[in-house]
Design a protein around this ligand. Structure first.
Ligand code: GDP
Ligand code: GDP
Length: 462
């Protein structure tokens, strides 16, 4: 059983070089094959004990006309559709370029499984580029040199769990054999599918002021003193983003505290961590803003929470050191009031009280993270949205500036992560902000999307 891997990235990052290395001499066999499209090359790859199909999108260099960007995009999207897994390749010597960001964006939206490779990393001169790649929010970069064959072991290790998952999927999808299943086994197929989905871990960042308790919290979740006592030789990948399985949910926790502490030893990294918080937020799907109960909602906390919202991340607010609090009831009421007043843009986001020290509240935090991620991925059908929009307009019609009634004609969800909606309207520029807020708050309540940022834009259609 095998799977299909697409090599994706802008021209000259080394896709063909890697393709040739993976496919080797067997390439000659596929060249004659009909059905292989002109722009996409396909070959049977071998990497250690893994066998899979690899697709190369490198046929682009010849295209020098101004539509290059558009063609790259289309080709990439097609490769993504054909593939089970995408390997996004960048040139570590150049770091992350704006064109890379465009590809990363396509992959984030379209691909279920993305691996990231920083190529041309055979020398130390590529270190900065490798670290920059962490900021793309596509997981840890695999450091490789396609030309020199370095990092192939790491690539193998990264593909291994996915290969296993796809094998399970194939087994689950195999034609049914006429055997009576014991009771309780009937959902086997769904389980396998769920496991494949689960193969992409939920990306979480824990951010907050120094001493809020970030390291203590992460250590508690990990159940071991890994951040502070982990391997010190070099900057290990784990020092930056930690793979965990928390209450059965695969996650990667991006640890800003650990980075800072390491930076004291490794000044190289210090230079690179321009803004730990910012990088963490960019990386994450869910941002946990950790507050210290003794000094909650400081300027810095507010700024990072606001940043997370503007970047479109799901936010969970956790108030730490709850064990120190005597007047829990009164304190909680005060915190909730402050939250609503100071962070209205995060209306409905969960506020969880925890003690990183004792572990109290961590199950609720886990639940809130999973639920926030779920909401963030929520999709509402166009039919439901338009029914809802009609109801909203009936309950409270849009205003009629200068006697011209603004008509909201049609609405659809264009994106998830976070949910984004477009409304076609006549004179949308005249619609007051209060009406937009009415719609956003309505969406939140009626479709049960508390806490997640919601994007609502209007397009003109008379
Ligand atoms: P693609 O068209 O984007 O797939 O990129 P190519 O495979 O054509 O490679 C572009 C250039 O980068 C070629 O000159 C390669 O020799 C070079 N290249 C590819 N991989 C590496 C690498 O690991 N290290 C170095 N230094 N150069 C590489
Ligand atoms: P970081 O800078 O955000 O990583 O914070 P640390 O994890 O280093 O914690 C800062 C201080 O707060 C340490 O002295 C911790 O022992 C303490 N601390 C962290 N969490 C708790 C908690 O839940 N309760 C109490 N009482 N102290 C805590």
């Amino acid at each position: 059983m095998s799977f299909t891997l697409a090599l994706v990235g802008r021209p000259n990052v080394g896709k063909s070089t890697l393709f040739n290395r993976l496919v080797g001499k067997r390439l000659a066999l596929v060249d004659d094959q009909p059905g292989v499209t002109r722009d996409l090359r396909e070959g049977e790859a071998r990497l250690g004990d893994l066998r899979f199909t690899v697709i190369d999108t490198a046929g682009l260099e010849e295209a020098t006309d101004e539509s290059l960007q558009g063609r790259m995009r289309r080709l990439t999207e097609r490769a993504v559709e054909m593939a089970d897994v995408c390997l996004f390749i960048l040139d570590a010597r150049e770091g992350v370029t704006p064109a890379d960001e465009v590809f990363a964006d396509i992959l984030r939206r379209k691909s279920a499984h993305v691996l990231l490779a920083a190529n041309k990393a055979e020398s130390n001169a590529s270190d900065a580029g490798v670290y920059e790649a962490y900021g793309l929010g596509l997981g840890d970069p695999i450091r490789i040199s396609a030309e020199h064959g370095e990092g192939m072991g790491d690539l193998h290790a990264a593909l291994m769990p996915l290969a296993d998952a796809f094998e399970e999927r194939a087994a689950a999808e195999a034609p049914e054999v006429d055997v009576e299943l014991p009771e309780g086994d009937e959902f086997e197929g769904e389980d396998a599918a769920a496991r494949i989905t689960a193969a992409k871990p939920l990306q979480v960042a824990v951010v907050g002021r120094p001493n809020a308790g970030k390291s203590t919290l992460i250590n508690k979740i990990l159940g071991e003193d890994r951040l502070l006592t982990g391997p010190e030789a070099g900057i290990t990948r784990d020092a930056i983003s930690l793979p965990i399985n928390w209450n059965g949910t695969p996650m990667r926790i991006f640890d800003t505290a650990g980075m800072r502490k390491k930076a004291k030893v490794q000044e190289k990294l210090e230079k690179l961590s321009v803004s730990d918080g910012l990088r963490a937020v960019k990386f994450a799907e869910v941002v946990v803003v950790l507050l210290d109960v003794e000094i909650p909602f400081e300027q810095q906390d507010l700024r990072i929470a606001d940043l997370a919202e503007r970047e479109g991340r799901a936010v969970v607010v956790a108030v730490n050191k709850w064990d120190l609090e005597d007047e829990k009831q009164a304190k909680l009421a005060g915190l909730k009031e402050a939250f609503e007043r100071l962070l209205p843009q995060l209306k409905g986001a969960p506020l969880i009280t925890v003690s990183a020290k004792t572990g109290r509240g961590l199950d609720r935090l886990h639940e809130a993270i999973v639920r926030a991620h779920d909401t963030w991925n929520r999709r509402v059908t166009t039919a439901k949205l338009n029914l809802w929009l009609a109801g909203m307009m009936e309950a409270h019609p849009p205003p009629a500036p200068q006697g011209k009634r603004i008509k909201l004609r049609y609405m659809t969800q264009v994106k998830t992560r976070p949910p984004a909606f477009v409304v076609m309207a006549s004179f949308p520029e005249k619609l007051p902000d209060s009406y937009k807020r009415y719609l956003v708050n309505g969406l939140r309540e009626d479709f049960d999307m508390p806490g997640t940022p919601i994007r609502l834009t209007f397009r003109s259609q008379s």
